[in-house]
Design a protein around this ligand. Structure first.
Ligand SMILES: [Zn+2]
Length: 267
């Protein structure tokens, strides 16, 4: 007999059964959704890490490949055309290559000296890291005007003359130590001398630290001992030059001087 009471209890039972089924369905759907999302997120994370790793690897490979091909190129001495089209940080100024007239350093005060503002952050980071490691470094010379450069050259030249050198010898001796006005890297604002010292600097832990770490901040030892013939300059352990991190790493890795490195980049 189908009475109202039975019908209600039947209806209630069926309703609850359906509702439970609906909730169960919802949970299953939610579970599948969460699983899919998690798998997707995890996969994209791994792919990204892999991509980053591949990128790092190929960047390192590029640096190594670039370094390997360097030795095959011949050494150049005239960098006039190079300077016209190169990046600012790779401008080459030496005893025979004048500072290009269009190269205008944008100067910014750093301690007691002025440097090109584009190297300011790297220089500052390098010296702060040095200080953290108990390495005492300070910039004793940065940008120099042509007048200042002339004063330095003339003073050294006169000093050599006083030591009974003839004019030519005195001049050549000065040329090995000090650049002529207009041919000094210090006119670019990209070179820095540290700690106001001479060759004795090479025996210090400060020098050792710079040789080891300066490339990480884009700086190179500009006048190395074993490259005097090429740079035309005597070993100057306290003179560092900003070239940018990538170039600095290659130069360090392959033990090159700037003249050799730029030669290898020229067509
Ligand atoms: Zn210098």
């Amino acid at each position: 007999m189908f009475n109202k009471k039975n019908y209600l209890s039947y209806y209630k039972k069926m309703y609850l059964k359906n509702r439970n089924a609906r909730i169960k369905k919802k949970f299953i759907f939610l579970f599948i959704f969460v699983m899919f999302t998690s798998v997707f997120v995890l996969l994209s994370f791994f792919v990204k890490t892999e991509e980053m790793y591949t990128m790092d690897l190929s960047e390192t490979e590029n640096v190594v490949n670039q370094a390997v091909s360097l030795k095959k190129k011949k050494l150049r001495t005239d960098f006039t055309n190079w300077n016209k089209s190169c990046d600012w940080n790779l401008t080459l100024v030496n005893n025979v290559n004048e500072m290009p007239s269009y190269f205008c350093p944008k100067l910014k005060q750093y301690g007691d000296v002025e440097v090109d503002e584009r190297i300011f952050i790297s220089l500052n980071e390098m010296l702060q890291e040095a200080a953290k490691n108990n390495i005492r470094l300070w910039a004793s010379s940065g940008f120099r005007s042509e007048e200042r450069q002339k004063q330095l050259f003339d003073r050294d030249f006169l000093e050599n003359l006083k030591q009974n050198k003839n004019k030519e010898d005195a001049y050549n001796l000065s040329l090995k130590k000090i650049s002529l006005p207009g041919r000094s890297e210090h006119s670019t604002g990209l070179a820095v001398d540290f700690n106001a010292v001479g060759e004795e600097f090479c025996a210090t832990k400060e020098y050792a630290w710079l040789v080891e770490n300066s490339a990480n901040y884009g700086f190179i030892l500009r006048y190395p001992k074993d490259k005097e013939e090429i740079t035309g300059r005597a070993f100057e352990p306290a003179h560092f030059r900003y070239v940018g991190e990538d170039s600095a790493q290659v130069i360090k890795m392959k033990n090159l001087c700037l003249e050799e490195y730029i030669s290898s980049l020229m067509k």
